[in-house]
Design a protein around this ligand. Structure first.
Ligand code: COA
Length: 670
């Protein structure tokens, strides 16, 4: 059985669960239940606990979640009603008899967990899945007494489990590899990001987190808790003591670090202070206190040191994959930057210095065994898989619906460059991670740096387009597989691929005008040369932010084929690669005659008022680009128009509105 990096490539051998039992109605249990019900509204969910009050609170919590989601416009009332239905709370384990999956989310007590699993196993089908949400206890130990160990493992969620996308899925010796693949598929299909780890104490991410907290406590001889939280603010959104208070984490660190110390050595022993302190005088995120330079340097070295130690150890022992470690630290643990990136930024000499200092002050802790470059050789934002002789490149940026930035485009380009002259590779397919988005556009978070500077903004669009220009010159086919929404810069990528296939429910949109800018990386140029008859479609998309469904795009010849499911989409994309071999054409170079955009009121399809100034820039750029003597000259028109749009008051308003989650008011900008 092949294991792919993208968990959705091979369809699960078992259908999505119809009945899930969550054992433990504390905090995380109901949160896991809510995640499942909102992803699979038809699911039967049963919460089991030993205490009725806990079940009552859990049911109330679920109801509050749906009410909030509706109030915030994140869920329709109809969906909320469905999410609230078919949820059961019981003290009776017999309810698990017909469940497809039981998730244990009880207290971290090995004996208790074993008793729960014994009960579940006595009731459930031998092929039903049983998983534990333990954050530290190895699966081999938790499931030691099970008869059918091949269907049991750890699935470790992170708070808040209904929203945090990360789940560690543990590869145990006894687990059927197909079950691991099925779980990965289930999670990815329901919006989670499964990260596979080895079956060691604390798995991958809590080795970072627990030791980070323990190190913070061990360095209390150099600075106070609030000072340490301040120093830690360079690396995390919330300092270790603040988080420990929030999660009532002291007993957890005592337990998990004792486990590591017993198994792996005294250097993991929890700081004794955890036993005497209940609440820390912690720092508030974003609020800094003055820290004496020497103390700050000592604390910084130790905190960075523990990250270097643990990141090196995780990779040296193959506990998890480097890109997963980085992603998990950011999304699950709240680090601003992953430890490997911090190591890259620090450089070899500094990593060695900090490592040596750590070893002096904390003998026994592991340090990276390889030179820094060895740990840096991995793709951060894309997954690469072989589908026969086609390379499948998956954009994985789940925190931003796969929104693109230069670094991601450069990584895609690097994969293409690496294999385009390889005779064994027929072509490439680019797809988005998860079922929802191919890509939600260019990363809007990076726009503010170029606002008000036409030259810098034009250069930004040029740099972002390096990948697209490379695609223009290729002879080996690259096909975009639109697994969901393809917006803005993400659609500009797809439009420059040599073929496009799309899931039936995928859609395309060029929402830039709703942000007060124009789409600068080819959308005002390339589609008019490739599908001149569909000019009106592209006008409407760019000028009114109209949505183009995959079906209509297919009717207009923009999309080559439609597919019913993610795996079917990949199959269609590979077929398209095959059909394009030897037939890839460069973009039309000379000027093109297109119907000009008709006069309209500056308003979007949804009625939102738009900027007349930006609409004017857009219309002019579309026509100037069509008349440009060459494709390259036309692209330049686009880059410069983007630069000019970035200098409008509308751009400031539109980008600020998006970043602050409000509706832009172009009425005041013109
Ligand atoms: N750039 C940066 N971040 C983006 C993004 C983009 N283009 N598109 C989505 N995201 C981020 C969101 O900010 C959010 O991050 P947060 O959880 O830290 O707040 C996350 O992705 C999920 O998006 P969210 O807006 O919460 O999901 P939603 O289902 O409510 O809405 C969209 C989805 C696509 C309608 C909405 O995200 C959107 O309008 N995105 C911008 C699309 C766009 O204008 N693209 C063109 C840019 S060139």
């Amino acid at each position: 059985m092949t294991s792919f990096n993208n968990p959705l490539i091979a369809k699960s051998t078992r259908p999505l669960p119809r009945h899930v039992v969550v054992v433990g109605a504390g905090t995380i249990g109901p949160d896991i239940g809510y995640y499942l019900k909102s992803a699979l509204p038809d699911l039967k969910l049963t919460l089991i606990d030993v205490a009725q009050p806990a079940l009552d609170r859990a049911m109330q919590r679920l109801a509050e979640y749906t009410t909030k989601a509706v109030a915030r416009g994140k869920m329709s009332q109809k969906l909320a009603d469905k999410v609230g239905q078919n949820v059961h709370a019981t003290l009776d384990y017999a309810a698990a008899a017909d469940a497809d999956w039981a998730i244990e989310a009880a207290t971290e007590d090995l004996g208790l967990k074993r008793r729960i699993f014994a009960q579940l196993e006595s009731l459930m089908r031998p092929d039903a899945l049983i998983t534990s949400n333990t954050s530290s206890l190895p699966a081999a130990r938790v499931f030691a007494d099970l008869k059918h160990k091949q269907r049991a493992t750890v699935t470790h969620f992170f708070a808040p489990a209904w929203r945090n996308p990360v789940v560690e899925v543990v590869r145990t010796a006894a687990l059927d590899p197909q079950v691991l693949e099925d779980l990965r598929w289930w999670f990815a299909m329901t919006g989670k990001v499964p990260l596979v780890t080895a079956d060691v104490p604390c798995f991958m991410l809590d080795r970072i987190f627990d030791n980070w907290c323990n190190e913070a406590a061990l360095v209390l001889d150099r600075a106070s808790a609030i000072e340490i939280d301040t120093v830690a603010g360079e690396f995390v959104h919330a300092g270790p003591f603040f988080v420990l208070n929030l999660a009532n984490g002291n007993p957890i660190i005592i337990e998990t670090n004792t486990l590591q110390a017993d198994e792996e050595g005294e250097h993991y022993r929890p700081a004794t202070v955890f036993r005497s302190v209940k609440t820390w005088n912690a720092g508030t995120p974003g609020k800094l206190v003055p820290v004496a330079p020497e103390a700050a340097a000592a604390v910084r070295d130790r905190l960075l040191g523990i990250l270097i130690s643990q990141a090196g150890d995780i990779l040296d022992r193959n506990i998890g994959a480097p890109a997963d470690l980085e992603l998990g630290c950011r999304l699950a643990l709240g680090f601003k930057t992953g430890p490997l990136e911090l190591m890259r930024q620090a450089g070899e000499e500094e990593v060695v210095r900090i490592g040596e200092r750590l070893q002096g002050e904390r003998p026994g802790l592991p340090l990276p065994t390889q030179p820094l470059t060895t740990y840096q050789d991995f793709a951060r934002h894309v997954l690469v898989d072989d589908i026969g002789d086609v390379k499948l490149i998956t954009i994985r940026r789940p925190e931003a619906l796969n929104a693109l930035h230069d670094d991601i485009n450069d990584e895609i380009l690097a994969v293409i460059r690496r294999f385009e002259d390889d005779a064994a590779v027929r072509g490439f397919v680019i797809i988005g991670y998860g079922p929802r988005a191919f890509s939600a556009g260019a990363d809007i978070g990076r726009f503010p740096t170029v606002l008000g500077n036409a030259e810098a903004a034009a250069q930004y669009a040029r740099d972002f387009s390096k990948l697209f220009q490379h695609l223009d010159g290729m002879t080996k086919p690259v096909v975009a597989a639109l697994n969901g929404m393809a917006l803005g810069g993400g659609l500009e990528l797809a439009l420059r691929c040599h073929g496009i296939v799309a899931a039936q429910d995928a859609f395309m949109q060029l929402p830039e005008i709703s942000l007060g800018i124009v789409p600068g990386s080819g959308a005002m140029v390339a589609p008019y040369r490739r599908w001149p008859k569909a000019a009106a479609v592209f006008h409407a998309m760019m000028r009114r932010n109209e949505r183009l469904t995959a079906k209509v795009a297919h009717e207009n010849g923009i999309v080559d084929a439609l597919a019913g499911s993610y795996d079917d989409l990949i199959a269609r994309a590979v077929e398209r690669v095959d059909a394009l071999v030897g037939k890839v054409m460069p973009p039309t170079d000379g000027p093109v005659a297109i119907d000009g955009p008709p006069p309209i009121e500056p308003a979007a399809a949804n009625g939102q008022k738009l900027s007349a100034e930006v609409l004017g820039l857009l219309d002019k750029a579309i026509m100037d680009a069509a008349e440009a003597p060459s494709f390259a000259a036309a692209l330049e028109v686009g880059y410069r128009a983007f630069g000019n749009s970035a200098c409008t008051a509308a751009a400031r308003e539109g980008i600020d509105a998006f970043l602050n989650r409000r509706t832009p008011d172009f009425g005041k900008t013109g």
